[in-house]
Design a protein around this ligand. Structure first.
Ligand code: 5GP
Length: 122
């Protein structure tokens, strides 16, 4: 999938749409999800134009890769999520209903999160 520079997270990165920022550095931005599904629901995104984890890990520099993964861990620590536990999730493509075509990791916390995934029967 080609990167669409008009996707909503690209617009947040350009400052065209506001967000409730949690963390920002050279490589990454983290902000509260507009439609939280848990008491804590934060999105962490790389600043570069990557659709998915496959796209990111194929094309990004080592500095971008390290910066992004360090940011995910930093956000979890900053928000105190390690103690009670949390879930990281990255929807990718149609089967996962990825809504925004810019790589993002969801961090969920603040309550028991239930099973990892609703069982999918084929
Ligand atoms: P996906 O389904 O792509 O993994 O998740 C996209 C997430 O982005 C959803 O949880 C949705 O609520 C969130 N989202 C969509 N538009 C906006 C927005 O304009 N601002 C913020 N903060 N979150 C958004």
């Amino acid at each position: 999938m080609a990167y669409d520079p008009q996707n909503v997270f690209a617009r947040i990165l350009r400052g065209e749409i506001p967000c409730r920022k949690v963390y920002e550095d050279e490589w990454s931005l983290a902000f509260h999800d507009i439609n939280p599904l848990a008491p804590v629901h934060v999105l962490v995104i790389p600043k570069g134009p990557y659709v998915s984890m496959a796209d990111f890990t194929a094309k990004a520099s080592d500095a971008e890769l390290a910066g992004f993964f360090r940011a995910v861990g930093q956000v979890a620590r900053d928000l105190g999520l390690e103690e009670g536990g949390y879930r990281m999730l990255a929807n990718t493509g149609a089967a996962a209903n990825q809504e925004v075509p810019h790589l993002h990791v969801h961090l969920f916390a603040g309550a028991p999160l239930g099973p990892m995934l609703k069982k999918v029967v084929v």
